[in-house]
Design a binder for this molecule. Structure first.
Ligand code: SF4
Ligand code: SF4
Length: 123
């Protein structure tokens, strides 16, 4: 089934998830992309949370409070698309995205194609 969502028309809600988990291969990919060692990339781009899980560092965002450090908050897109972690490649899979369904429903209902569902998720 073709995807029923269009990330280009979305302000990037999924990139604001508090936990973007990375494994060793994800950190290796980030390191290679930035010409860094594994340890340098791990220190610069990730932090540990929830016990020993490695997660992406975040930064401030107007709409969602906090968002992935690699998100362009003006263009509303990923700045490391070819080097993004596996979890970002897999999400939301084939079919539908719940946030996009909500966004498009509200944009139609409010007759406002620019409407954005804001949240405020802090660390
Ligand atoms: S929330 Fe859904 S539509 Fe928006 S960027 Fe993520 S996957 Fe794409
Ligand atoms: S790496 Fe890219 S796709 Fe993944 S959360 Fe960060 S900005 Fe979004």
């Amino acid at each position: 089934m073709p995807a029923q969502y269009n990330c280009r028309k979305c302000p990037g809600y999924c990139c604001s998830y508090p936990v973007i988990a990375l494994d060793k291969r994800d950190v290796e990919r980030l390191a290679k992309h930035h010409g860094m060692t594994f340890d340098e990339a791990k220190r610069a781009f990730t932090r540990e949370a929830h016990g020993h899980k490695i997660i992406m560092r975040r930064k401030a965002d107007l709409y969602y409070g906090r968002i992935c450090r690699f998100f362009d908050t003006v263009q509303r897109c990923c700045t490391i698309y070819t080097a993004r972690p596996a979890v970002c490649r897999a999400f939301p899979g084939d079919g539908r995205c719940g946030y996009y369904d909500f966004l498009t429903f509200e944009r139609r209902a409010q007759d406002d194609p620019t409407w954005i569902a804001v949240t405020n998720n802090e660390d």
